[in-house]
Design a protein around this ligand. Structure first.
Ligand SMILES: [Zn+2]
Length: 119
């Protein structure tokens, strides 16, 4: 498969007066492209370039905040252990979030057509 090198410059779309007038008259405007090459990836299964579905980029930060909250809960251990009806079940519920959170951190970009993982 022939893979073209990706440029590092940012996509700049300049719309002139003629295009603005066309949009005002017709209600739509066709542009050549709306993404940069950096946003595109090649799907190994579809063998075509496309904009992949990327996971939320802040899951690692959310997990770090989660662990910080767990540290606070550990420091408040005597208070948590004193209340068996509310705080202990709440802490167990809080601990059950680590599995889904770790799976969100491990998500990779996927193809929007076939769902294949893209590197
Ligand atoms: Zn694909």
């Amino acid at each position: 498969m022939d893979v073209r090198p990706l440029p590092t410059k940012q996509l700049e779309v300049d719309i002139g007066d003629a295009e603005a007038k066309f949009y005002a008259e017709n209600g739509y405007l066709a542009v050549e492209r709306v993404t940069t090459d950096e946003e595109l990836a090649c799907c190994p299964r579809c063998a075509s370039w496309m904009k992949p579905r990327r996971p939320w980029p802040h899951w690692k930060t959310a997990r770090t905040i989660y662990y910080a909250g767990f540290g606070v809960a550990l420091c408040a251990g005597p208070v948590v252990l004193a209340d068996a009806f509310v705080l202990i079940p709440s802490l167990m519920l809080y601990l059950s979030a680590v599995g889904p959170l770790n799976s969100f951190v491990r998500q990779k970009a996927t193809c929007t057509r076939c769902g294949s993982h893209m590197s």
